[in-house]
Design a protein around this ligand. Sequence first.
Ligand code: DON
Length: 570
Amino acid sequence: MSSKTTLKYGIVPVLFALLASPLARAASPAPVYAQEALVVSASPLASEAGAEVMRQGGNAFDAAAAVGFVLAVTWPEAGNLGGGGFLVSVTADGTALTLDFREKAPSHAGKNLFLDEDGEVIRDVSLHSPLASGVPGSVDGLLRIWRDHGSGRVSRRELLAPAIRLARDGFIISRELAQTLNAKRELFANNAAAARIFVREDGRPWQAGDLLVQPELATTLSRIARSGREGFYEGPVADLIALQQAATGGLITRDDLASYESKYRDPVRGSYQDYEIVSMGPPSSGGVLVVQMLNMLAAFPVEELGWGSSRYVHLLTEIERRAYADRAEYLGDSDFFPVPVETLTSPGYAADRAATISMERATPSDEVSAGSIEIHESPQTTHYSIVDAEGNAVGVTTTLNASFGSGIVIDGAGFFMNNEMDDFVAKPGVPNLYGLVGGEANAIAPGKRMLSSMSPTVVTRDGKPAMVLGSPGGSTIITTVMQVFLNVAVHDMDIQEAVNAPRHHHQWLPDRIMYEERAFPADVREALEAMGHTLADAPRTIGAANCIRIGEDGLYGAPDPRRQSAAAGY
Ligand code: DON
């Protein structure tokens, strides 16, 4: 690592997005350096709260829970109590663990929940209605990881104290949050409880520097601090959720809440060169696809192609196309559908899939279907990365799905409910919010978890954590994580360059390459089109990867300049 930005003042809020978004490779600033412990998240206040927990003797798991609760206050578009997520960790001794706190379909939700009498999808119900919400998992997940893997030196009250304070006393909002709140004014106006909190009483738009106070959320957080998971899944908060759901046509009952449990899952593992990948398995598709795509790349001289060349973009597009075709067919909640994880992540299967790739011409997506696998009957998001002084590495991706989820706040409890039910397949072949299609594997069923693309990932080398990676971005999360990894592993970028470098994405259907501004110089565009690729009409931003690289001399944090993000550590 040649250069670094040292954390002299404990925190470096990064708002490069104001300068240029995304930045070209050459313009990347140095990563943020910390000697012992580091948090990179979407919110300066959350990163600082996590760093402080570790300064006071907590470990990365304590910090992960504290950051999660603060994000529910200071990053309300995606940080949440009413949503869910995944945590992936490799501890200092090389032990991998993954925790699934994904939302679940309510017990009365059936396969045809979002279909009308003619069997057609009723648009918007899966996104902006009380039926859009799955049973929230975040509170159970954050408390479980703190209880099971925390240092034991941070009490529940201490864990929740920063979040409670920020909700109760308020916090000064950034320009970015002000803009987001103003952009969503119409969404909030549809829900009295949301409007009361997130639309200013005096009617003027939010501005950077305004104070956002959330007293009802402070009360809910205090109940959790006092009573633990019962403070949310039982008692007054559960009553408020269940009563509001019942009164407005939602399906979540008190029983659904009381019976919600986060689950430890088997990590998905793979390798690339001398790195090992540890990532999230079903009900996320992220880990399986990252590993499968890297396995497919093994047959190609990736380094020789050169970063950003038309042949490199072509190759990534072709492996992405094939992996996302498999996602649509085979990926879902493995508690309900026999997801063939072992086959999908095996080098042999990847070699077969990759054998149909031509380096001269694009394979149209209608010529690509899922690989043939015999199934045996056994079976607006945010990512933060943390490494503590002991060397434990933790990545968490959490979400309400769309920005502010369903837009519905639980009256009296002060938090947004997710609209994660849209991640299920409403009808085979009909795309969801992210244009993703699927079938039986991801059909709605009572108590089932909807398929996710969230891909918190820890990369190890010689058994020790080397990188913590992850991103929001719906379907583009998976390709973002893979590209950031390749940027470091193959293209020799430092972690900030790797995060900043323009990205592109293909997901089988629709058959087009999405790309960021400056990703493709004119000759690369022309070469791709000549090979038969279709490019999206216009560039867009892809993901927001808040990542850490663990170097021999310390920790290197890369807050993503595409959205507000900040590193804090010491
Ligand atoms: O779980 C998923 O794949 C989606 N609900 C994630 C949504 C998301 O990343 C939105 N962020 N920008």
